[in-house]
Ligand binder design. Structure first.
Ligand code: AMP
Length: 113
């Protein structure tokens, strides 16, 4: 989508601190981290909100969840604990209208994201 920040990052038009990429998904470090580990996982396909997902996206969503677990392992936070959050829509405070999951950990997590 032309005016979407995360589509531009997925296309390599805007740089990011990449931690994982394949044909379907990209994971990169949040530019304003709220925890020692704060990674964003996005589908490359433009989906604005989790609320817009359909049955067709089931495999993609499962892949993102599993990737969150694998990245938590790599970051060394799988045992200490981590959080996976996806804000969807105005009341959630979603700032970027491209589906993304926050992977957070590395400290006791309070009321963030
Ligand atoms: P949300 O509020 O759930 O939409 O989260 C959007 C997240 O994107 C915030 O945590 C921002 O810090 C992060 N963000 C915005 N621009 C960038 C960027 N260029 N690179 C990495 N993270 C970004």
């Amino acid at each position: 989508m032309a005016d979407c920040l995360f589509c531009k990052i997925a296309a390599g038009e805007i740089p990011c601190n990449k931690v994982y990429e394949d044909d379907d998904v990209l994971a990169f470090r949040d530019i304003a981290p709220k925890a020692p580990t704060h990674i964003l996982i996005i589908p490359k396909k433009h989906i604005a909100h989790l609320a817009d997902c359909t049955e067709e996206d089931a495999v993609l969503l499962a892949k993102i969840q599993l990737l969150a677990k694998l990245l938590a392992d790599e970051e060394g936070i799988a045992k200490s604990g981590f959080r996976v959050v996806s804000n969807s829509g105005e009341d959630s405070g979603q700032e970027v209208a491209h589906l993304h999951y926050h992977l957070l950990g590395g400290k006791k997590l309070g009321d963030i994201c």
